[in-house]
Structure formats: C-alpha cells, structure tokens
Write a protein that binds this ligand. Sequence first.
Ligand SMILES: Cc1ncc(COP(=O)(O)O)c(C=O)c1O
Length: 369
Amino acid sequence: MGNVGRPLSFGFPLPRDEVENLEPYRAPLEGRRNLLRLDFNENTLGPSPRVLDALRKISANEIAIYPEYDGLRELVIENLFSCGLQTSLLPEQVGLFNGVDAAIHSIFHSYGDRGDQLLTTIPTFGYYTPCAQMQGMEIVAIPYQEKDFCFPLKQIRDALMKKPRLLFICNPNNPTGTRLPPEEIIELASSFSETLFVVDELYEAFTGDSVLPLVDFNTTPNLLALRSLSKTAGLAGLRIGFAVGAAEVVDRVSRVTGPYDVNGFAVAAACAALLDQPYTDAYVAEVLKAKEWIKAELAANGIRYHMDGGNYFLLWPDRNATEIESLLRAKGILVRDMSHKPLIEGAIRVSIGTTMQMKEFWKIFLDLS
Ligand SMILES: Cc1ncc(COP(=O)(O)O)c(C=O)c1O
C-alpha cells in the first residue's frame, strides 16, 4: 500500500506491469472492535449460537488435518431450496470460496485476459476494479442514472454489443441499493451469450432479488450468481462464499484457487449457519424493521438520503462527510465515508443493524449535525 507509481527500492525481480500499476482495494479495517459497526454492512449481532457451538466442538484432530468439503455443497443447495429455489441444482454447480471476494478474484483470474473488457456500473463494489486491473483488462463503467440512481439498462445493453468478456452487476448494488429485476438480468444474459454475467447477490436476502429461483443454467450457462454468509449469517470473519452456475463455469473458476483455500473453521460454521436459516431470517426481519424506523426518521428530518435494496443507505450530512465520519467514530459509531466515490460525493454510507442500534446512531448523528 502507498507505493503505487513509485519505483521499487530494489532492482529485481519486478512484478507484472499490471501489479505495479495497480490501485489496491483499500478499506479501513483496523480498530473496529467494541464500536457500533455500521460501516461494512456486516451482521451487527453475530452468528447463530449453533455456529458458535459447532466451532467450540472442533477437535485438535480436525485442526491438524486439511479441511474436508463433502456435504457442504449439498447443504447450500438444500438451503437455497428452503429460500425459494425451485429447479434442481447439482453439487458441481456450487463453487466454494474463501469469501465472495475470493470468488470475484478467481472469476477475473480464469476469464479476464489482457485487453478484454469488464463491463460494470459506477459507483459499485470497489473490489471489481483492482481485480480487472491485475488482469490488464479494460474497464467500462456505466454510471447509475439520475438522482435515484436508476440502473442504466439501455447503456448496458448498448455496451454489451461490443461483447465484453465479463459483466459484473451488483444486485442490489452496494452502495446505491439499486435493484434490477432478476428477469431482466436473465433476459440480457440469454441475449448476450458471449459475455459471462456475474451477479453479485450479497444483499439479495433483504429484498429477494435473486436470479436463482428463475434461471435455468442449461439454457443460460453464461450466468453466475455469488452468495456469501458474511453479511446476513454473520460469518464475515471466517470467510466463506459461493458461486452458483453451470457446472463447467464453476469448474473453470474453481481451477484457479488453491486446493484448501476454504478452511475447516469456515466449513464447520457454514454448515451450522445453513442449517439454522430461521436465525438468519429473524436477523433479516429485524434489519427490515429497523430500516423502516430509520427511513421514517430521515423523511421527517428533511435530510437528503437514498435508501433502496440492501442493509444500508446513503446519507448527505450538512457537514463534510469525512469530518462526520471521524466525529461519529469518536463517539463509538463507525460509518463509511463515500466522498471519494463518483455520483455520491459528500455522502456517508450507513449500515442498518437493529432498531436499537439505529436509534443510537440517529441520536448521536443529530447531536453532531
Ligand atoms: C457487493 C459485495 N460483494 C462482495 C463482498 C465481499 O463479500 P465476502 O465477505 O463474502 O468476501 C462485499 C463485502 O462488502 C460486497 O459488499
């Protein structure tokens, strides 16, 4: 970090040009313990007690051996069925990754060649850009539209005519919450079969926008959906995510990972979390309740905000966003300064936790405004 554009202090060996010129993904990750964390859209209560139980039961023997993955893909499929999936999926259609970040990295590694195009939107999740850059790809990022950040469907359709290798759609989008109906995504993917459509569904649980109940991967093999247990199930610290799609695509994306990239703790926790969907559902319901509460407060206050899908919203404070972020931190509340992101300059992104947590945030925010 901090060395971009500066020559290395030693001569050889040099990394690839793409790596040397890369602007790495940056996020303020340190010193977050014991604060009210409304900055990374994480689960603010932690995982199901069954997850903690499963972790406590891990024996020394299990730690000493490499992890085993048998049964986890099947559990993901069963869990998807319990959440509305109708068509059958085979275990080979589920890829296991060290968080969705690792799945994203692997997709670029397996599909993104030097000079190929990545088509995406802006502003969106920040990790797509460095992944495309490290492959030497050209990035075409289409802005969200108008003051409500509508999805730029026509522009994306036009840009697809140029046959980009990859299209990344974050749905709902982080940080604008913009939602594109899954039917539209599937229709687009069927019409532009030379592009791999990656739908990052990290926040779909809050509005049910998934392509999975609708897509047939036999007829639309160029579509891949990404799911994670980080945000809703509360496993962000353990790192586990899934890519669901046609078996051949999942196979190619999985080829570029190490054989044991997903660790045994993550496997045990994921199995327990997938078997306790009611816990996750209850957390999602609590967040949705809190979302309504804070939305009513924001509307009554007359402050500019933007709230759509996901467990977060954008807020334009009267004061400078960077300043309000540090003032809130000093009061024990973390939010994310979005000043540097195009189209949403001056905004902070606030994750939604429980109603009690939102009340705590709102009281302090008003005191500082
Ligand atoms: C849209 C989006 N995709 C992917 C990720 C990374 O997820 P994971 O924790 O599974 O790596 C995040 C995390 O903030 C995200 O917001």
